[in-house]
Design a protein around this ligand. Structure first.
Ligand SMILES: Nc1nc2c(ncn2[C@@H]2O[C@H](COP(=O)(O)OP(=O)(O)OP(=O)(O)O)[C@@H](O)[C@H]2O)c(=O)[nH]1
Ligand SMILES: [Mg+2]
Length: 327
């Protein structure tokens, strides 16, 4: 199952208490104070895991605690620090404060640790409080409590290119032709119910990530069909491929409808370079009259016509957008 939105709570470990203790010596009623410091509480850390692609695991376990630090010991022994807790999430996960909606972290780097909450500091043992006038302090510091936060995790998958089209346009078929992804394909609308990702190799050592999302219909941006819920998954792509079925009655109108849904959803979509593709060229009626200039490419996932060109065109556009990035 694909899950892209969950609520969780996290808590960093408490710092351990400082200890009140005295050295035991013969004939000395109160030896030197030697209570150790409390250990630090464990941190809450998020890590982007490239092998995960859903937040499903978080529907089972929603509460995350890092370990508490241990209390200080005798003989100036510092308590053991609490273990930090690493929470693995898919790349593209936004960590938001549940109450304010503020984005706290955007997990985009694979295998990178994002420190979210530092554990509470341990309290100082009474050994620290000895002064000239107070040789036997009976006081030690308590540990600092670990911070606790309620969060929402929201996944916006990371892909270089997104496939956009009406249901049944052949999006999933294209993804399976170009990559090793094996999405469900069938001759009825709304076969795809959640986004699929695939890695498309376009020469010996270079590749890009392609996302196939559920089909859009007119009104998707207002929540019709499955569209809206999944449009956010193409918000981060660098390039869009609009896919229009060769059997469509009106290519221009279909394209405008698709584009309108995207623009209504987010005006950032206007900035994305796109490619306009006619699909199912193999069953294009020979007598069909249309403006051939209108499409960048005509393809067929059955005969493989145009697929190699499409890969290269996508790669070219991706590289172009990367060049324009400010860093
Ligand atoms: N003739 C022909 N049929 C195709 C081609 N590509 C896909 N199809 C068929 O079109 C139907 C729909 O294909 P899908 O890939 O599931 O379409 P989709 O766009 O992913 O559909 P949704 O997931 O419902 O949005 C299937 O029956 C495919 O076999 C093609 O190039 N030529
Ligand atoms: Mg599909």
């Amino acid at each position: 199952m694909f899950v892209d939105y969950v609520s969780i709570s996290v808590k960093a470990g408490n710092g351990g208490k400082g200890r009140v203790a005295f050295r035991r010596e013969k004939f000395v009623p109160h030896g030197n104070p030697n209570g150790g410091d409390g250990g630090r509480g464990g941190d809450i850390i998020f890590r982007g895991d490239p092998n995960m692609n859903t937040l499903l695991d978080f529907t089972l376990n929603r509460r995350f605690f890092a370990e508490n630090g241990q209390d200080g010991g005798l003989n100036d022994m510092t308590g053991k620090s609490g273990k930090s807790l690493v929470i693995k999430v898919p790349l593209g996960t936004l960590v938001k404060d549940q109450d304010t909606g503020e984005i706290c972290l955007d997990i985009t780097e694979p295998d990178n640790d994002y420190l979210f909450l530092a554990g509470g500091k341990g309290g100082k043992g009474n050994a620290h409080y000895k002064t000239a006038t107070r040789q036997a302090p009976r006081y030690a510091q308590p540990g600092i409590k670990g911070e606790e936060r309620n969060l929402t995790l929201e996944l916006k998958i990371m892909a270089d290119v997104g496939l956009v089209g009406f249901p049944n346009a052949g999006k999933s078929t294209l993804l399976s032709s170009l990559s090793n992804a094996r999405p469900k394909i069938a001759d009825y609308p709304f076969t795809t119910l959640f986004p699929n990702l695939g890695i498309v190799k376009y020469d010996n050592y270079r590749s890009f990530v392609m996302a196939d999302i559920p089909g859009l219909i007119k009104g998707a941006s207002e929540g019709k069909g499955l569209g809206l819920r999944f449009l956010k998954h193409i918000e981060r792509t660098k390039v869009l491929v609009y896919m229009i079925d060769s059997g469509s009655e009106n290519y221009e109108k279909d394209f405008d409808t698709l584009q309108n849904e995207l623009f209504t959803f987010s005006s950032d979509m206007r900035e994305k370079p796109f490619i306009r593709v006619m699909t199912k060229k193999d069953v294009l009626a020979p007598e069909k009259i249309y403006n051939k200039q209108y499409f960048d490419l005509e393809i067929s996932s059955f005969s493989n016509e145009g697929l190699e060109e499409l890969k290269l065109l996508i790669a070219e556009k991706i590289i172009e957008t990367e060049k324009q990035l400010p860093f």
